[in-house]
Design a protein around this ligand. Structure first.
Ligand SMILES: O=C(O)c1ccc[n+]([C@@H]2O[C@H](COP(=O)([O-])O)[C@@H](O)[C@H]2O)c1
Ligand SMILES: Cc1cc2nc[nH]c2cc1C
Length: 347
């Protein structure tokens, strides 16, 4: 299978340099606004504008799906039926990300990409559905031939829908019991790491549960770790329809010059694979927060991304990233509103 590289534009180096020059002249000691200054320059480069434009229209898309590993072994602290039930919770507006998105003035859309079942939801929620569940990666491929490409294209189409409707910042959310096992396998295969190093406790499994997850990831790597060189083959073997759709979503935002705030371990793993399909796309992504999952730390390090927030979150759904929106807006406000050192009346 060939790897169709997707061209990604570069953020503006000119705007970044201009932002850095202006930040140095603001009414504060040099560098005193720390990471906010770096984010202000980053956003200026993305928008090719100093100050950058306001981020009024922020959208979270939650990609929901089931994973075969959760059926075969107790890899999660919760039953797989939670995935379908949570789709209804997202629709009712009382999910964690729903409440936190309200605080940020962001919208939340949920899509059933691969929930195992036919939930009673409006047709638009299943419009991009690829399949019911994904294969158990330790014993079989997650996806059938062609499904990774179809899910990736669906993710791109979803990003296009949101961007055409006016989105100025995209956040990928995830919902899927068992998905931290799949994310760990993708990161381990991509980076050549052993299962023990990447597996975490997900929704809160105990030591025995974590040991079971390590065993599953090890078996998955033994079975198909050698297929990591080709991104669609990797997604087919060790990923899921949601991972492929999330990767497409991330790539399309970058292709259209729109910033993304990555969330936890699942979007981190998808981003690692997405970068292989679209080198340079990572320049349009920020890491919204640090999750408790070790695989996320490895993925972000490999992508050269440093999390904005570190709140000990492990919810997924886009819940950490959406809280970083306030920080990005603050970074922009500094450039847009602060006075200059040169105007101080020191007499
Ligand atoms: O975002 C994270 O890093 C994260 C860490 C732990 C758990 N989660 C969420 O919990 C689910 C996966 O956990 P598990 O234990 O079922 O693999 C899935 O719905 C994720 O959104 C998410
Ligand atoms: C209730 C619940 C909500 C979630 N949201 C994301 N992952 C989740 C896992 C569980 C168990």
């Amino acid at each position: 299978m060939t790897n169709p590289r997707i061209p990604i534009p570069e953020p503006s180096g000119r705007a970044r340099a201009e932002a850095e020059r202006r930040l140095d002249g603001l009414v504060k000691p040099l560098g005193a606004l720390g990471r906010l200054e770096e984010l202000a320059a980053w956003l200026s480069a993305a928008h090719d504008s100093v100050p950058p434009r306001a981020l009024d229209d922020v959208r979270v898309v939650v990609f929901a799906g089931d994973h075969g590993v959760a059926e075969r072994a107790a890899v999660s602290a919760y039953p797989r039926e939670i995935t379908a039930a949570m789709v209804r919770v997202f629709l009712s507006g009382v999910s964690g990300v729903g409440v936190l998105a309200d605080q940020a003035g962001a919208r939340v859309r949920v899509l059933d990409i691969a929930v195992d079942g036919e939930p009673d939801v409006p047709p638009e929620v299943v419009r991009h559905k690829i399949r019911r569940g994904s294969g158990s990666i330790d014993t079989a491929d997650a996806l059938d031939a062609g499904e990774a490409e179809r899910a990736f294209a669906a993710g791109r189409a979803v990003a296009d829908e949101e961007l055409d409707a006016g989105a100025e910042l995209l956040i990928p959310g995830d919902m899927g019991i068992g998905n931290t096992t799949v994310a760990a396998a993708l990161v381990a295969a991509s980076l050549g790491l052993p299962a023990e190093d990447v597996v975490g406790s997900g929704t809160g499994v105990d030591d025995a549960g974590r040991a079971r997850k390590v065993g599953i990831v090890r078996a998955a790597l033994d079975r198909a770790g050698h297929r990591a060189a080709e991104p669609f083959d990797l997604l087919t073997a060790l990923g899921s329809a949601c991972a492929a759709a999330t990767a497409g979503f991330l790539v399309q935002a970058a292709a259209r010059r729109v910033p993304v705030l990555l969330d936890g371990v699942f979007s981190g793993a998808a981003a690692l694979v997405a970068r292989e399909l679209a080198p340079g796309a990572e320049r349009w992504w920020l890491a919204g927060h640090r999750s408790t999952e070790p695989a996320q730390a490895f993925a972000l390090k490999a992508l050269g991304l440093d999390p904005i927030l570190d709140l000990g979150l492990r919810l997924g759904e886009g819940s950490g990233a959406v809280q970083a929106v306030a920080v990005l807006r603050s970074a922009r406000a500094v450039l847009a509103g602060m006075g200059s050192l040169a105007d101080l009346d020191l007499a």
